[in-house]
Design a protein around this ligand. Structure first.
Ligand code: COA
Length: 372
């Protein structure tokens, strides 16, 4: 067996498919190509697709959107929590703490009927953006901006964050980004959620496990690290030297490489690159140009290809999102996939409990402390 469970099939799923065919990666949500969904769908429609298994009819989508919008506001206890957390707390720690707190407020926390599981999922999808935006406003000493029923999911988030209605381009960009982050088979955070679900832990516990796992720099934490790198490199002229030195020292370049997409481009990175380029033509082009120069050098020196987190960074920077909210935006998209997997696990469950190969000492004789 390879380390890190590489290539191990740990469960069956109907939620998404990743396959490498003739040097090209296929990524589908419930059978629909990610490229099609990114171009033609909306985050709400994709969340519905992931949770219910089918694309919604027009009236179903309308009802789903209304329900999400109506669930956006936070209970006063959560707003109290956000005001009491210190302003230096990382927004991902805030998100997982708030998720746990939401669980403590749910009188039906242990009810696991399909309808109740779906309700918890809709509730978390609706509230994640508000938690993130409210905390950001509070920690920067600003008044919170309550959600509006007038705007869709992505636009409402940008509105709650800045107080201004976003442009059509900004709204569409974030919407597409959320679609691209919504689901990705058995990535580490989704696996963590499924392991928790397999013990029949409650949905909030599963999502706390997922949120904590996403934060690591080898997973969703990479996007924030990419921005750090872009700021450090600062100019396309310095990219090659930076990458070369990193590779020589055997250090990782954030936003590159992938456990599954080996030697093929991550289809999400391709789409995000186009999006980042488009935004850079209308906003700050510097980050896209620096990104391009880093990508060129990473391929030249180690044949490394960008992953989903690489171009997300310049997309978010152009949308005016602060660096330390990048992972939260990932979570805001992925919550749909996480909850879909938790439900799938509950509905066809067997405890996930693998074995470890023991490689330590054996048969040692115990000696009391005085004889050691
Ligand atoms: N920078 C430099 N080298 C990298 C690299 C990166 N980002 N990603 C992989 N490599 C190199 C490894 O050093 C290794 O080289 P070697 O064969 O000379 O030792 C080779 O590519 C294979 O990498 P490996 O560590 O086996 O890949 P993995 O499947 O275990 O790891 C990641 C996958 C995602 C954890 C890894 O690519 C990584 O750490 N990337 C940076 C963090 C990141 O962007 N995470 C977001 C993932 S969506």
């Amino acid at each position: 067996m390879k380390d890190g469970l590489e290539d191990v099939i740990a469960c069956e799923t109907k939620i998404s498919r990743i396959e490498l065919v003739n040097g090209k990666a296929i990524l589908e949500y419930r059978g629909y190509d990610i490229r099609d969904l990114a171009r033609k769908s909306s985050y709400e429609e994709v969340a519905y697709l992931l949770l219910y298994g089918e694309l919604p009819k027009r009236y179903e989508l309308q009802d789903f959107k209304i329900e999400l919008a109506e669930r956006r506001e936070l209970p006063p206890q959560i707003i109290g929590l956000l005001t009491h957390l210190p302003p230096y707390t990382h927004p991902m720690v805030v998100l997982r703490t708030s998720t746990s707190y939401l669980g403590s407020l749910d009188r039906k926390i242990d009810v696991k009927t399909r309808e109740e599981n779906l309700e918890k999922a809709r509730n978390l999808i609706a509230k994640f953006p508000t938690i993130i935006a409210y905390y950001h406003r509070i920690r920067t000493g600003k008044n919170v901006i309550p959600p509006t029923l007038e705007l869709d999911h992505a636009a409402n988030f940008l509105y709650m964050l800045s107080g201004e209605e976003p442009s059509r381009t900004a709204e569409r960009a974030l919407d597409m980004d959320l679609i691209l982050h919504a689901e990705h088979e058995l990535n580490a955070s989704t696996f963590a959620a499924r392991i928790a679900a397999s013990t029949l832990a409650d949905t909030y516990a599963c999502i706390v496990a997922a949120t904590g796992t996403l934060m690591g720099p080898l997973h969703g934490g990479a996007a924030q690290e990419v921005m750090k790198m872009l700021r450090k490199v600062a100019s396309p002229r310095r990219a090659e030297e930076y990458v070369k030195k990193k590779i020589e020292k055997g250090e990782k370049i954030m936003g590159f490489g992938h456990r599954v997409y080996k030697g093929v481009i991550d289809p999400r990175a391709e789409l995000l690159k186009r999006l980042a380029k488009k935004l850079s033509m209308e906003g700050v082009s510097r980050w896209f140009e620096v990104s391009e120069a880093i990508a060129k050098a990473a391929y030249k020196y180690k044949k490394l290809l960008p992953n989903v987190d690489f171009y997300s960074a310049s997309v978010y920077a152009n949308l005016g999102i602060p660096d330390d909210l990048f992972i939260n935006i990932f979570a805001m998209g992925r919550i749909a996939g996480w909850t879909a997997h938790v439900i799938e696990q509950y509905e066809n469950n067997r405890l996930i409990r693998p074995r470890a190969k023991y490689v330590g000492d054996k048969d040692k004789k115990y000696k009391p402390p005085t004889e050691r």
